[in-house]
Design a protein around this ligand. Structure first.
Ligand code: NAD
Length: 285
Protein backbone atom coordinates (compact mmCIF):
# COMPACT_ATOMS: atom_id res chain seq x y z
CA UNK A 1 0.00 0.00 0.00
CA UNK A 2 1.21 3.46 -0.86
CA UNK A 3 -0.01 6.70 0.70
CA UNK A 4 -1.14 9.46 -1.64
CA UNK A 5 0.58 12.36 0.07
CA UNK A 6 -1.51 15.46 -0.50
CA UNK A 7 0.50 17.50 1.95
CA UNK A 8 3.76 17.00 0.04
CA UNK A 9 2.13 17.72 -3.32
CA UNK A 10 0.36 20.82 -2.00
CA UNK A 11 3.73 22.19 -0.82
CA UNK A 12 5.18 21.64 -4.29
CA UNK A 13 2.21 23.46 -5.81
CA UNK A 14 2.59 26.38 -3.38
CA UNK A 15 6.22 26.82 -4.45
CA UNK A 16 5.13 26.97 -8.11
CA UNK A 17 2.31 29.42 -7.34
CA UNK A 18 4.69 31.66 -5.34
CA UNK A 19 7.08 31.82 -8.30
CA UNK A 20 4.25 32.68 -10.68
CA UNK A 21 2.92 35.38 -8.34
CA UNK A 22 6.36 37.04 -8.33
CA UNK A 23 6.44 36.91 -12.14
CA UNK A 24 2.94 38.38 -12.42
CA UNK A 25 3.88 41.22 -10.07
CA UNK A 26 7.12 41.97 -11.93
CA UNK A 27 5.67 41.75 -15.44
CA UNK A 28 2.13 43.10 -14.99
CA UNK A 29 2.23 44.89 -11.62
CA UNK A 30 -0.59 42.59 -10.51
CA UNK A 31 -1.05 40.92 -7.10
CA UNK A 32 -3.72 38.17 -7.16
CA UNK A 33 -6.53 39.04 -4.76
CA UNK A 34 -8.99 36.74 -2.99
CA UNK A 35 -12.11 37.86 -1.08
CA UNK A 36 -13.65 35.44 1.39
CA UNK A 37 -17.13 35.83 2.81
CA UNK A 38 -17.60 34.12 6.16
CA UNK A 39 -21.02 34.17 7.80
CA UNK A 40 -21.63 33.14 11.42
CA UNK A 41 -19.46 31.47 14.06
CA UNK A 42 -19.18 27.85 12.89
CA UNK A 43 -15.75 26.77 14.22
CA UNK A 44 -15.05 24.45 11.26
CA UNK A 45 -15.82 27.24 8.75
CA UNK A 46 -13.65 29.66 10.73
CA UNK A 47 -10.80 27.14 10.75
CA UNK A 48 -11.07 26.56 6.98
CA UNK A 49 -11.12 30.30 6.26
CA UNK A 50 -8.12 30.79 8.51
CA UNK A 51 -6.17 28.08 6.67
CA UNK A 52 -7.09 29.64 3.32
CA UNK A 53 -5.97 33.09 4.47
CA UNK A 54 -2.63 31.74 5.72
CA UNK A 55 -2.07 29.94 2.40
CA UNK A 56 -2.77 33.22 0.53
CA UNK A 57 -0.20 34.99 2.70
CA UNK A 58 2.39 32.27 2.07
CA UNK A 59 2.19 32.59 -1.73
CA UNK A 60 1.99 36.41 -1.79
CA UNK A 61 -1.70 36.96 -2.60
CA UNK A 62 -3.71 39.88 -1.30
CA UNK A 63 -6.68 38.54 0.68
CA UNK A 64 -9.57 40.04 2.57
CA UNK A 65 -12.14 38.28 4.76
CA UNK A 66 -15.61 39.76 5.16
CA UNK A 67 -16.92 38.37 8.45
CA UNK A 68 -20.66 38.69 8.93
CA UNK A 69 -22.95 37.77 11.83
CA UNK A 70 -25.19 34.69 11.76
CA UNK A 71 -28.36 36.82 11.48
CA UNK A 72 -27.13 38.82 8.47
CA UNK A 73 -29.67 39.67 5.75
CA UNK A 74 -29.64 38.38 2.18
CA UNK A 75 -29.25 41.97 0.93
CA UNK A 76 -26.16 42.62 3.02
CA UNK A 77 -24.34 39.56 1.65
CA UNK A 78 -25.46 40.37 -1.89
CA UNK A 79 -24.19 43.96 -1.55
CA UNK A 80 -20.78 42.69 -0.43
CA UNK A 81 -20.57 40.28 -3.36
CA UNK A 82 -21.53 43.03 -5.80
CA UNK A 83 -18.78 45.22 -4.31
CA UNK A 84 -16.25 42.41 -4.72
CA UNK A 85 -17.45 41.72 -8.27
CA UNK A 86 -16.71 45.38 -9.10
CA UNK A 87 -13.41 45.59 -7.20
CA UNK A 88 -10.47 45.41 -9.67
CA UNK A 89 -8.11 44.25 -6.88
CA UNK A 90 -10.18 41.13 -6.32
CA UNK A 91 -9.69 38.22 -8.75
CA UNK A 92 -11.44 35.50 -6.79
CA UNK A 93 -14.51 35.42 -4.53
CA UNK A 94 -15.20 32.57 -2.15
CA UNK A 95 -18.36 32.23 -0.08
CA UNK A 96 -17.65 29.81 2.76
CA UNK A 97 -20.50 27.28 2.97
CA UNK A 98 -22.80 26.41 4.62
CA UNK A 99 -24.74 29.67 4.90
CA UNK A 100 -27.40 30.19 7.61
CA UNK A 101 -30.90 28.90 6.81
CA UNK A 102 -32.43 32.37 6.21
CA UNK A 103 -30.05 32.89 3.27
CA UNK A 104 -30.86 31.77 -0.27
CA UNK A 105 -27.56 30.03 -1.07
CA UNK A 106 -28.36 29.53 -4.76
CA UNK A 107 -28.93 33.25 -5.32
CA UNK A 108 -25.68 34.06 -3.52
CA UNK A 109 -23.63 31.63 -5.59
CA UNK A 110 -25.25 32.84 -8.81
CA UNK A 111 -24.35 36.44 -8.00
CA UNK A 112 -20.59 35.78 -8.02
CA UNK A 113 -19.18 36.83 -11.41
CA UNK A 114 -18.24 33.56 -13.17
CA UNK A 115 -14.73 34.90 -13.97
CA UNK A 116 -14.13 35.38 -10.20
CA UNK A 117 -15.83 32.12 -9.18
CA UNK A 118 -12.68 30.37 -7.93
CA UNK A 119 -14.75 27.76 -6.08
CA UNK A 120 -16.43 26.74 -9.35
CA UNK A 121 -19.93 26.72 -7.84
CA UNK A 122 -21.65 29.11 -10.29
CA UNK A 123 -23.98 27.25 -12.70
CA UNK A 124 -22.02 28.77 -15.61
CA UNK A 125 -18.85 27.00 -14.44
CA UNK A 126 -20.77 23.84 -13.51
CA UNK A 127 -22.10 23.76 -17.07
CA UNK A 128 -18.64 24.24 -18.54
CA UNK A 129 -17.32 21.39 -16.40
CA UNK A 130 -20.05 18.96 -17.42
CA UNK A 131 -19.55 19.82 -21.10
CA UNK A 132 -15.78 19.37 -20.74
CA UNK A 133 -14.94 23.06 -21.37
CA UNK A 134 -12.33 25.09 -19.53
CA UNK A 135 -13.60 27.05 -16.54
CA UNK A 136 -13.31 27.06 -12.78
CA UNK A 137 -13.58 23.60 -11.23
CA UNK A 138 -14.46 23.01 -7.54
CA UNK A 139 -11.23 22.79 -5.55
CA UNK A 140 -11.72 19.47 -3.73
CA UNK A 141 -12.38 17.21 -6.75
CA UNK A 142 -9.81 19.15 -8.78
CA UNK A 143 -7.29 18.43 -6.04
CA UNK A 144 -8.13 14.71 -6.18
CA UNK A 145 -7.43 14.64 -9.93
CA UNK A 146 -4.05 16.38 -9.41
CA UNK A 147 -3.15 13.89 -6.70
CA UNK A 148 -4.00 10.92 -8.94
CA UNK A 149 -2.00 12.50 -11.75
CA UNK A 150 1.02 13.04 -9.47
CA UNK A 151 1.13 9.29 -8.77
CA UNK A 152 0.63 8.41 -12.48
CA UNK A 153 -2.77 6.89 -11.81
CA UNK A 154 -4.67 7.04 -15.09
CA UNK A 155 -8.43 6.76 -14.57
CA UNK A 156 -9.16 6.07 -18.25
CA UNK A 157 -11.31 2.96 -18.53
CA UNK A 158 -11.23 2.37 -14.75
CA UNK A 159 -14.39 1.62 -12.76
CA UNK A 160 -14.74 4.57 -10.42
CA UNK A 161 -17.36 4.64 -7.68
CA UNK A 162 -18.03 8.05 -6.18
CA UNK A 163 -19.81 7.86 -2.83
CA UNK A 164 -21.56 11.14 -1.99
CA UNK A 165 -23.37 13.29 -4.53
CA UNK A 166 -23.16 16.88 -3.30
CA UNK A 167 -22.70 19.83 -5.63
CA UNK A 168 -19.32 20.65 -4.13
CA UNK A 169 -17.76 17.18 -3.91
CA UNK A 170 -19.47 14.15 -5.46
CA UNK A 171 -21.07 15.58 -8.61
CA UNK A 172 -18.05 17.56 -9.83
CA UNK A 173 -15.82 14.61 -8.87
CA UNK A 174 -17.89 12.35 -11.13
CA UNK A 175 -17.83 14.92 -13.95
CA UNK A 176 -14.03 15.19 -13.83
CA UNK A 177 -13.62 11.42 -13.85
CA UNK A 178 -16.02 11.07 -16.77
CA UNK A 179 -14.17 13.83 -18.66
CA UNK A 180 -11.01 11.76 -18.12
CA UNK A 181 -12.72 8.71 -19.70
CA UNK A 182 -13.38 6.72 -16.52
CA UNK A 183 -16.52 4.62 -16.09
CA UNK A 184 -18.34 6.35 -13.27
CA UNK A 185 -21.01 5.35 -10.79
CA UNK A 186 -22.37 7.78 -8.19
CA UNK A 187 -23.75 6.43 -4.91
CA UNK A 188 -25.56 8.37 -2.20
CA UNK A 189 -27.72 8.03 0.88
CA UNK A 190 -30.51 6.26 -1.04
CA UNK A 191 -28.22 3.79 -2.82
CA UNK A 192 -29.31 0.26 -2.08
CA UNK A 193 -26.48 -2.06 -0.99
CA UNK A 194 -23.50 0.30 -1.22
CA UNK A 195 -21.09 -2.62 -0.86
CA UNK A 196 -22.33 -4.21 -4.10
CA UNK A 197 -21.17 -1.07 -5.93
CA UNK A 198 -17.88 -0.39 -4.12
CA UNK A 199 -16.74 -4.02 -4.46
CA UNK A 200 -16.61 -3.56 -8.24
CA UNK A 201 -14.55 -0.40 -8.10
CA UNK A 202 -10.95 0.03 -9.20
CA UNK A 203 -11.12 3.43 -7.51
CA UNK A 204 -13.44 4.35 -4.62
CA UNK A 205 -13.80 8.09 -3.94
CA UNK A 206 -15.81 8.82 -0.83
CA UNK A 207 -16.97 12.22 0.44
CA UNK A 208 -19.93 11.71 2.74
CA UNK A 209 -19.18 12.71 6.32
CA UNK A 210 -19.72 9.32 8.00
CA UNK A 211 -16.87 7.82 10.04
CA UNK A 212 -15.85 4.28 8.94
CA UNK A 213 -18.46 4.12 6.16
CA UNK A 214 -16.04 2.23 3.90
CA UNK A 215 -14.74 -0.99 5.48
CA UNK A 216 -12.29 -3.57 4.17
CA UNK A 217 -14.99 -6.05 3.12
CA UNK A 218 -16.43 -3.36 0.81
CA UNK A 219 -13.40 -3.02 -1.47
CA UNK A 220 -11.58 -5.37 -3.77
CA UNK A 221 -7.91 -6.27 -3.33
CA UNK A 222 -5.64 -3.58 -4.70
CA UNK A 223 -8.34 -0.92 -5.08
CA UNK A 224 -7.37 2.76 -4.93
CA UNK A 225 -9.09 4.64 -2.10
CA UNK A 226 -9.64 8.40 -2.05
CA UNK A 227 -11.00 9.55 1.29
CA UNK A 228 -12.51 13.03 0.98
CA UNK A 229 -14.44 12.97 4.25
CA UNK A 230 -13.42 15.11 7.21
CA UNK A 231 -14.94 14.14 10.54
CA UNK A 232 -14.12 14.83 14.16
CA UNK A 233 -13.83 11.51 16.06
CA UNK A 234 -14.88 11.15 19.69
CA UNK A 235 -11.24 11.46 20.79
CA UNK A 236 -11.06 14.83 18.99
CA UNK A 237 -8.91 13.56 16.11
CA UNK A 238 -9.71 14.31 12.46
CA UNK A 239 -10.69 11.19 10.51
CA UNK A 240 -12.13 10.46 7.10
CA UNK A 241 -14.98 8.25 5.89
CA UNK A 242 -12.77 5.18 5.46
CA UNK A 243 -11.77 2.65 8.13
CA UNK A 244 -8.13 3.47 7.42
CA UNK A 245 -6.49 0.90 9.73
CA UNK A 246 -8.14 -2.06 7.98
CA UNK A 247 -8.74 -0.77 4.45
CA UNK A 248 -5.09 0.32 4.11
CA UNK A 249 -4.04 -3.37 4.46
CA UNK A 250 -6.05 -4.35 1.39
CA UNK A 251 -5.78 -1.42 -1.04
CA UNK A 252 -2.94 -0.35 -3.36
CA UNK A 253 -3.12 3.40 -2.70
CA UNK A 254 -4.98 5.46 -0.11
CA UNK A 255 -5.19 9.10 0.94
CA UNK A 256 -4.62 9.72 4.66
CA UNK A 257 -6.87 12.01 6.69
CA UNK A 258 -5.47 14.49 7.52
CA UNK A 259 -2.77 15.06 4.90
CA UNK A 260 -4.53 13.74 1.80
CA UNK A 261 -7.30 15.58 -0.01
CA UNK A 262 -7.60 18.46 2.53
CA UNK A 263 -4.31 20.22 1.69
CA UNK A 264 -4.98 19.66 -2.02
CA UNK A 265 -8.25 21.59 -1.72
CA UNK A 266 -6.40 24.67 -0.48
CA UNK A 267 -3.68 24.27 -3.10
CA UNK A 268 -6.36 24.23 -5.82
CA UNK A 269 -7.93 27.40 -4.42
CA UNK A 270 -4.54 29.06 -4.86
CA UNK A 271 -4.24 27.71 -8.39
CA UNK A 272 -7.74 28.83 -9.34
CA UNK A 273 -7.15 32.33 -7.92
CA UNK A 274 -3.86 32.62 -9.81
CA UNK A 275 -5.64 31.50 -12.98
CA UNK A 276 -8.33 34.18 -12.46
CA UNK A 277 -5.67 36.83 -11.82
CA UNK A 278 -3.80 35.90 -15.00
CA UNK A 279 -6.99 36.10 -17.08
CA UNK A 280 -7.88 39.47 -15.54
CA UNK A 281 -4.34 40.77 -16.09
CA UNK A 282 -4.37 39.74 -19.75
CA UNK A 283 -7.77 41.36 -20.25
CA UNK A 284 -6.51 44.62 -18.73
CA UNK A 285 -3.32 44.60 -20.85
P1 NAD B 1 -23.16 16.88 2.02
O1 NAD B 1 -23.84 16.64 3.31
O2 NAD B 1 -23.55 18.06 1.18
O3 NAD B 1 -23.35 15.59 1.09
C1 NAD B 1 -23.16 14.30 1.60
C2 NAD B 1 -23.44 13.28 0.52
O4 NAD B 1 -23.21 11.99 1.08
C3 NAD B 1 -24.88 13.30 0.01
O5 NAD B 1 -24.88 13.12 -1.40
C4 NAD B 1 -25.53 12.09 0.69
O6 NAD B 1 -26.53 11.49 -0.10
C5 NAD B 1 -24.34 11.16 0.86
N1 NAD B 1 -24.48 10.24 2.01
C6 NAD B 1 -24.77 10.57 3.29
N2 NAD B 1 -24.79 9.46 4.06
C7 NAD B 1 -24.50 8.41 3.25
C8 NAD B 1 -24.40 7.02 3.44
N3 NAD B 1 -24.58 6.47 4.64
N4 NAD B 1 -24.09 6.25 2.37
C9 NAD B 1 -23.90 6.80 1.15
N5 NAD B 1 -24.00 8.12 0.91
C10 NAD B 1 -24.30 8.91 1.94
O7 NAD B 1 -21.61 16.90 2.35
P2 NAD B 1 -20.37 17.50 1.52
O8 NAD B 1 -20.32 18.97 1.70
O9 NAD B 1 -20.33 16.94 0.15
O10 NAD B 1 -19.17 16.89 2.36
C11 NAD B 1 -18.99 15.49 2.46
C12 NAD B 1 -17.74 15.19 3.29
O11 NAD B 1 -16.61 15.70 2.63
C13 NAD B 1 -17.75 15.82 4.68
O12 NAD B 1 -17.10 14.96 5.57
C14 NAD B 1 -16.94 17.08 4.49
O13 NAD B 1 -16.33 17.52 5.68
C15 NAD B 1 -15.92 16.59 3.49
N6 NAD B 1 -15.29 17.62 2.67
C16 NAD B 1 -13.96 17.58 2.60
C17 NAD B 1 -13.28 18.51 1.84
C18 NAD B 1 -11.80 18.40 1.75
O14 NAD B 1 -11.15 19.37 1.44
N7 NAD B 1 -11.23 17.21 2.01
C19 NAD B 1 -13.97 19.51 1.17
C20 NAD B 1 -15.37 19.52 1.24
C21 NAD B 1 -16.01 18.56 2.01
Amino acid sequence: MQLLDGRALSQKIEIKVTTEVKKLKAQNGVTPGLAVILVGNDPASQAYVNMKKKACDRVGFYSVTHEMPEDISQDAIENTITMMNDNPNIDGILVQLPLPSQIDETRILELVTPSKDVDGFHPYNVGRLTTGLDGFVPCTPLGVMELLNEYDIDVKGKNCVVVGASNIVGKPMAALLLNADATVEICHIFTDDLKKHTLNADIVLVGVGVINLIKEDMIKDGAIIIDIGINRAENGKLVGDVDFANVSKKCSYITPVPGGVGPMTIAMLLKNTLKAAKINASEKA
